[in-house]
Design a protein around this ligand. Structure first.
Ligand SMILES: *Cc1c(COP(=O)(O)O)cnc(C)c1O
Length: 359
């Protein structure tokens, strides 16, 4: 099987080997040191300010999206949410649930933000801005330079869901003035699902500490207090945290986050060049693509049929879409342990499908 989905993705041998081992007891100095090491590396790779802190939540990415919102925003806020797909919609639903006053910038499928759009929201009393840096459901990578400038001139608290863009696309909490950076274990970190990570700026920590969140498991104040000594309030996904540590150290040894960005970019560009050379009947869903994913609209066949045929007849998994995009869009991920030879196998399978006239 080759897995070109966007998570869970393929893990390397080092990560897999840890997964085969016994899970150790964790209220120990040894595990605390690993967690402090995880925090140090996450701050570095997110390019966070020195006083930033990190919490590791046992729960998939959505748990951290929810935790970020309910621990830092209140009914006194007025949030602006970018909604260009299912993950933008998730932020909207979380804000509705916690009764955070909000407005929504709706984007069409694959549509980026523009200066004209953002300008309409200047000086309108907003206090916070929520965005999925890469809206994975359609593959659009938003223009964070525009967002950053907009948030700085309006003094907005900036929450960035980088779950699928972390390690794949160039990003800096400091440069963008981001207050929250969220990622998850099963995307470009290429570990099993089950852990998500929140990096908090000093301003975010202040908001957390001044807030009286009505949530026990996702209480970030409590998590921060425990994290001072490298611990978590409850039993975390210990094994995954060890895998994350191995993976972060490996990235550090291999040249850091820039080198990892480049690695993913190389796989993505190789795939995009090859589908162009082959002249497959696919159109890009967006002009603004993340290195993490290529989102494609097939013009001669159903996207879902392509997904099913590749899975059932070729042992290759691409990422299907749901809802109204089910037959229109499929996605090819470039994150996880993949090589250009894997791309060749996918191209070969698509070539074969074209010969069989199912493309
Ligand atoms: C994967 C992903 C999530 C989180 O999904 P989970 O299934 O909860 O891990 C959130 N936002 C984006 C942009 C994602 O790609």
């Amino acid at each position: 099987m080759i897995n070109f989905t966007v998570g869970p993705v393929q893990s390397n041998d080092i990560v897999r080997k840890i997964g085969a081992e016994q899970v150790p007891y964790f209220r120990t100095e040894e595990f605390s040191n690993i967690m402090l090491d995880n925090e140090r590396m996450m701050k570095k790779f997110a390019d966070a300010e020195d006083n930033a802190r990190v919490v590791f939540i046992t729960g998939s990415g959505t748990a951290s999206m929810e935790a970020a919102v309910c621990n830092t925003l209140t009914k006194d806020d007025k949030a602006l949410i970018v909604n260009g797909g299912s993950f933008g919609q998730r932020f909207v639903e979380i804000c509705e649930l916690y009764e955070i006053p909000h407005d929504v910038i709706e984007r069409k499928i694959g549509e980026n933000l523009t200066e004209e759009t953002l300008k309409q929201y200047d000086n309108k009393g907003y206090t916070a801005f929520l965005i999925n840096v890469h809206e994975t459901s359609t593959g659009v990578l938003y223009d964070m330079n525009l967002v950053s400038k907009f948030c700085k001139r309006n003094n907005l608290f900036l929450i960035t869901d980088c779950i699928s863009s972390f390690l794949a696309d160039k990003y800096s909490m400091k440069d963008f003035g981001a207050d929250i950076m969220i990622t998850g274990s099963q995307k470009a970190l290429a570990c099993p699902p089950g852990v998500s990570i929140i990096v908090l700026s000093e301003r975010a920590i202040e908001r957390v500490n001044n807030n009286n969140v009505k949530c026990l498991y996702l209480n970030i104040k409590n998590a921060l207090k425990n994290a001072e000594r490298g611990q978590t309030p409850f039993t975390p996904a210990v094994g995954i945290l060890l895998q994350i540590n191995a993976r972060l150290n490996q990235i550090a040894d291999d040249g850091g986050v820039e080198a990892e960005n480049e690695k993913i970019k190389t796989i993505a560009e190789d795939f995009r060049r090859k589908i162009k050379e082959e002249n497959f009947p696919f159109e890009y869903v967006t002009e603004s693509m993340s290195n993490a994913v290529t989102s494609l609209h097939p013009t001669t066949a159903s996207a879902n049929d392509i997904f099913l045929t590749l899975k059932d007849e070729y042992g290759i998994w691409i990422c299907p879409n749901g809802g109204e995009l089910k037959d229109k869009v499929f996605r090819v991920g470039h994150i996880g342990c993949l090589t250009v030879e894997d791309n060749d196998k996918l191209i070969q399978a698509l070539r074969n499908m074209r010969e069989r006239k199912i493309l």
